[in-house]
Design a protein around this ligand. Sequence first.
Ligand code: EPU
Length: 419
Amino acid sequence: MDKILVHGGHPLNGTVRVSGSKNSALPILAAALLTKEPCVIANVPDLSDINYMLQILSHLGAHVERASGVVRIEAGKLKTAAPYDIVRKMRASVCVLGPLLGREKEASVSLPGGCVIGDRPIDLHLKGFEALGAVSRIEHGNVKLFANELRGATVNLRGKQGPTVLGTDNVMMAAALAEGTTVIESAAAEPEVVDLANFLNKMGAKIEGAGTRRIVVHGVAELHGAEHEVIPDRIEAGTYLVAGAIMGGDVLLRRVDPSHLGSLIDALNLSGYEIEAKADTLRIKGHPSPKPLQLTTEPYPGFPTDMQAQMCALLAQTEGISVISETIFPQRFMHVSELKRMGADISLDGHTAIIKGVAKMSGAPVMASDLRASAALVLAGLRAEGVTEVNRVYHIDRGYESIDDKLNQLGARIERMKA
Ligand code: EPU
């Protein structure tokens, strides 16, 4: 297994180009199953999660070609079952359920297991499919869906922790080919949901209200091929903003959509960092004495859970007491024990982290446990004294395109040790 060595203390300055959004690209690639005609998707990041999705689509019968960030998918004849050995590698595999059900009126996909960030149920996805007329069964570890026909309905997708992103995507995709109108109440409003809806509309779907809590899908008989460019990855962008903040440098992000990063920009401003936003760039400048923060993760446009770990790394080295409450995945604190091994002073009280900023952390061998937790360890290592050895780097490669190269371009010293 590869590992990353982060040599701490090297200032960051310069420009970094943000890649296409992983969490937009995954459902958009799956949506190409909704038509027999070719779809061409650009700005697809080169990540292992994307590779898994393309393997699943190929397994299901789609013809997939990929060259420099552009993926062409032609899903002629489809199989409707995705097996455990491919699906288990990535929870987002569940987003083939909606397109398969929409087009073939049946689907069988291995159920995603739990993951380190917490229980990952799909009850809300199933509730949506059932409202459209599907029957669902769990059998031999697979979720099986059948429908004679799909009919539009009104469904509320609010769960205990708020709306569901992939659940909204899944129901929107199935409803695109249902008869009549579907209304999704308490829909997720994340930019990735809007990106998927825009792609579906280019394919001939009739979707209104994406980006609000109420999405209306007027079903159509057929969808056609379309071309689309995936939006920039707001979480990757946010991670590099925090890198700039931690190292106090002057970092410019290119090919970013600042309007997707409002809550993070507000938080960093409140802490004292100066951030300059232009149409598709963001620039952060360090601050000699940043202030601690109180943050709560919330559905978009609130502060994203996918930036919580990185903020822990920043606030762990920010003088004063910060508090972060995690409301989306209340157990998503695997990074805390590793940050503590590097000298952070963080205590957990239920779903809240109380962070007493320390002047200096020190490098240590640490274990990456999930994608964003691993990013947090790399960020902490940028400033820590000595060398931070991040093991199980495959977690980072799931969601960050060449994080070592990108940070090195900014002036960091990161080595990747091949297994
Ligand atoms: N939930 C349910 N029932 C469901 C579905 C979700 O109770 O049927 C709960 C979850 O347990 C959680 C909350 O609802 O407490 C929100 O989960 P959501 O369904 O929105 O998460 P997701 O769609 O599975 C996506 C991202 C995650 C991101 C979350 C929240 C993708 C591929 N994944 O997951 O991204 O954290 O939304 O914004 O889009 C990451 O990129 O590191 C990542 C984990």
